[in-house]
Design a protein around this ligand. Structure first.
Ligand code: NOJ
Length: 536
């Protein structure tokens, strides 16, 4: 069992900086080309030095890896490619010793088709209790040759697959990820036990995958555009599940972060009521273009939607599903939209990097917690993956038009001169671009102007300034295209998204700039600064 967690500050999660580790691509301890827990353990000092408060691990459980581990075959076992349960326990304890909390990823909407429940369901046949844990149905059409309904998949293509005995089963994602039937008591009981299993091992939190999709209209009716409620997104019944989860989390002092993609702010906030989830990812900020008015509105809307339920906002620029920040900000369209993904969109990486540096300071100055996706602190761009090396099912299910998500999942570069940039071994599971030496941790560590140095300094300052993190925000008057926001203790963050250099408000101290001020002491375009304002 893991050692006790570091002493709990009150509600640490309200302003934590949480680093997302994609274990397959973080560090490879055994040199087989796949990242693993041994690699993470060896690099924990790096994370402590970076100054993060917690680490969220995308799924490390036993999985055939059809969807990067989001197809779980056994929630109580670590995949052998990553290590063992004992190693996970050691990792949790070692992280705790360094003051880093661990968040695991629970995938309640679906399991792998190799999960014992699904194998039993296939073997047991139509009408069996084993099938009742999933959504099996006869097909439509004279011979049942048509799927039971027309639901669109989250991954393009059909949501139904037919099995040899003629029945169909539902899968919102790939056919290898059958959806669980959340109306079944076994499903609820099992997940409550899984939560206890990981909380008892010392994890501080749980990220909930596809958190708004679990419950389905029992009739499984056809999808009708604009019909409310949707047959499987955000049904009212789902909140009952999270209330029971919250009671379990409270027993252990654990916290939740939900993956809740919902356009309606009021519906989103329901997940954050005091007896439900503590936090949820802020996708409106993640998808927001690098435009001053849109960003300001996204920030205001976020704070306004969280306020009535008393939940802190989260701020996310990137994760393992979306285009990396420096590439996105270097494009003509700086927003993110799954539907718009395609090959060959040009990006000005120098511009994108400049903006990503400014966005880092903006994000870290906002009230709430911040998620940082591995490699973001290195300013990694989205990589082009050769067609014959792509692994992501999103690419295949789009008919090859969507490049998929592998471009943001490339193994990290640690050492500029080492094979595979020191990731471990010689042949990483996804190829690393030939021009990544300059992004390697060892090079960036030695360069005070690197993205890594900027993040380290920003995290160090943020940690020492109680005015950052949770709390209120006030907009200050600023020229068009400039965002100027004040926190408490005189802290001010100014971001210039206009075309011209901007004058700064009066200040006593300049704490940090994302790029240097110009010779006149003005803030250049696509630059952010943290100041301590002059006392009145
Ligand atoms: C969201 C995860 O972030 C993504 O990577 C995964 O493919 C889907 N949920 C399905 O589990």
């Amino acid at each position: 069992m893991a050692a006790p967690l570091p002493p709990r500050t009150t509600d640490w999660w309200r302003d934590a900086v949480i680093y997302q580790v994609y274990p397959r691509s973080f560090a490879d301890g055994d040199g087989d080309g796949t990242g693993d827990l041994a690699g993470v353990r060896a690099r924990l000092p790096y994370l402590a030095e970076l100054g993060v408060d917690a680490v969220w691990f995308t799924p490390w459980y036993a999985s055939p890896m059809v969807d990067g581990g989001y197809d779980v075959a056994d929630y109580r076992a670590v995949d052998p490619a990553f290590g063992t349960l004992e190693e996970a326990e050691k990792l949790i304890a070692e992280a705790a010793e360094l003051g880093i909390r661990v968040i695991v990823d629970i995938v309640p909407n679906h399991v792998s088709d190799q999960h014992p429940w699904f194998r039993a369901a296939l073997a047991a046949g139509p009408g069996s209790p084993e099938r009742a844990r999933f959504h099996f149905r006869p097909g439509r059409g004279t011979h049942g040759e048509l799927p039971p309904n027309d639901w669109p998949s989250q991954f393009a293509g059909s949501t139904w697959t037919r099995v040899p005995d003629g029945e169909w089963y539902l899968h919102l994602f790939t056919p290898e990820q059958p959806d669980l039937n959340w109306a079944h008591p076994d499903v609820r009981r099992e997940h409550e036990e899984i939560l206890r299993f990981w909380f008892a091992r010392g994890v501080a939190g749980v990220r909930i995958d596809s958190a708004a999709l679990l419950t389905k209209d029992p009739e499984l009716p056809d999808f009708v555009e604009g019909h409310d409620p949707h047959p499987y997104i955000d049904l009212d019944e789902i909140h009952d599940i999270y209330r029971s989860w919250r009671a379990i989390a409270d027993e252990y002092g654990g916290v939740f972060v939900g993956e809740v993609w919902l356009p309606d702010p009021e519906r989103f906030a329901r997940y954050l009521r005091p007896d439900e989830l503590h936090t949820a990812f802020n996708f409106s900020f993640l998808t927001c273009p690098w435009e001053p008015d849109r960003l300001r509105r996204a920030i205001d809307d976020t704070l306004a939607e969280h306020a009535p339920v008393g939940a802190p906002a989260t701020w996310v620029l990137c994760n393992h599903d979306v285009t990396r920040t420096v590439t996105r900000y270097g494009r003509e369209d700086t927003g993110f939209d799954f539907a718009a993904k395609r090959f060959g969109i040009p990006a000005d990486l120098a511009l994108g990097t400049r903006r990503a540096r400014a966005a880092a300071l903006l994000t870290l100055a906002l009230p709430g917690s911040v998620y940082l996706y591995q490699g973001e602190e290195l300013g990694l761009p989205e990589a082009d993956i050769p067609l014959d090396r792509i692994q992501d099912p999103m690419h295949f299910r789009s008919g090859g038009t969507d490049p998929g998500r592998d471009g943001c999942r490339v193994p990290l570069p640690w050492e500029a001169e080492a094979p595979a940039y020191g990731f471990g071994g010689a042949a990483p599971w996804l190829p690393q671009p030939a021009d990544w030496a300059g992004y390697a941790v060892d090079r960036q560590r030695a360069d005070p102007d690197s993205m890594l140095s900027l993040y380290r300094e920003a995290l160090r300052l943020r940690r020492g300034e109680p005015g950052f993190g949770d709390g209120s925000l006030t907009w200050l008057p600023a020229p068009a295209g400039v965002l100027s926001l004040a926190r408490t203790d005189g802290l001010v963050c100014v971001v210039n998204l206009s075309d011209a250099p901007a004058d700064l408000p009066p200040y006593d101290r300049l704490l940090l700039t994302s790029d240097p001020l110009d010779a006149e002491g003005r803030l250049p375009r696509d630059t952010a600064v943290w100041l301590r304002a002059t006392h009145d």
